[in-house]
Design a protein around this ligand. Structure first.
Ligand code: MN
Ligand code: MN
Ligand code: MN
Length: 291
């Protein structure tokens, strides 16, 4: 089997995974389970980057200390840019920074507002307590569309999750509610103000043309963004080469992460990304925390 661990030619014993999710957002492992799995996979430096929340970080921190893994503070923030939803990973920030903590509360409220809207718009299905059912499916956290789909199936309103999406939750259907997100410079500012590094997450996943992606990267840098996620799971070599070139041309630092959500996907495992292309400045060279 091909070894695709994120080896570092100069420090081969170090393995960085700076993008993954736990049950604090849409991952399936608790922060503690996630850290244990990362340690077993040989990850030495881990950033837990749940969507718009840092709730998982204290549990992850305790587990990391026990497992001998260095935990870097992390988050994946949703924002908008020219009508696209863009994800920005924040790394190595002060988790107690008051402005940042307040910003996380705002993002959480945005997610709840969207959940209430989805619930309202599916009201004609007459499922009692749909929002509560979806919240239960989300383990008490803010439910997303998959949780509503499961709740609808459980309530007998539709036979399968796939059908729930096809009829009620998929693109253009009543439950397809877009969340409201702040503009790109706002979320980059939150990360910077808290002393962190802002990284543009999985830049090839937005399906932007090369020209538009360059415009996004320029706006991102103008706002104070400093890193590009050059390596993510399931990315083609051509895309990696494109991003590495963009990184060099723009003088950005390079980040890497699996974007792990759940065990069982062969193409996505904690710590498993190819080595960073040569000639790039790794984002972790600048970390205060993970020396
Ligand atoms: Mn996710
Ligand atoms: Mn993302
Ligand atoms: Mn992610």
């Amino acid at each position: 089997m091909l070894d695709t661990s994120s080896s570092n030619p100069e420090q081969p014993h170090l393995c960085y995974d700076l993008h993954c999710h736990s049950t604090a957002s849409d991952g399936s492992l608790s922060p503690r389970e996630l850290v244990a799995r990362a340690a077993a996979q040989g990850v030495t430096h881990l950033a837990l980057t749940d969507h718009d929340t840092i709730r998982g970080l204290s549990e992850a921190g305790e587990a990391a200390t026990q497992a001998g893994v260095t935990l870097v503070s992390g988050v994946e923030l949703s924002c908008q840019w020219r009508g696209h939803t863009i994800h920005v990973v924040g790394l190595d920030f002060d988790v107690q920074h008051a402005g940042f903590v307040a910003a996380m509360a705002t993002q959480l409220e945005n997610r709840w507002q969207r959940a209430r809207q989805i619930s309202d718009r599916l009201g004609r299905l007459r499922v009692d307590d749909l929002l509560d059912r979806a919240v239960a499916k989300a383990g008490g956290e803010v439910p997303g569309r998959p949780h509503f789909a499961q709740a609808l199936v459980d309530a007998g309103a539709v036979r399968t999750v796939a059908l729930a999406f096809k009829r009620y939750l998929g693109a253009g259907k009543p439950g397809d509610v877009k969340a409201w997100w702040p503009d790109l410079p706002v979320v980059v500012g939150w990360i910077r103000d808290a002393g962190g590094v802002a990284v543009l997450a999985h830049p090839r996943k937005y399906k932007l043309t090369a020209t538009k992606l360059r415009a996004l990267v320029e706006d991102f840098q103008r706002a104070g963004g400093r890193g590009l996620e050059v390596l993510t799971s399931g990315q083609s070599d051509a895309d990696t080469a494109f991003l590495a070139a963009l990184c060099r041309a723009q003088g950005l630092m390079a980040s890497q992460g699996s974007d792990f959500h759940t065990p069982g996907a062969a193409w996505c495992e904690l710590g498993k990304v190819p080595p960073l292309p040569s000639g790039l400045q790794p984002v972790w060279a600048d970390f205060r925390q993970a020396g």
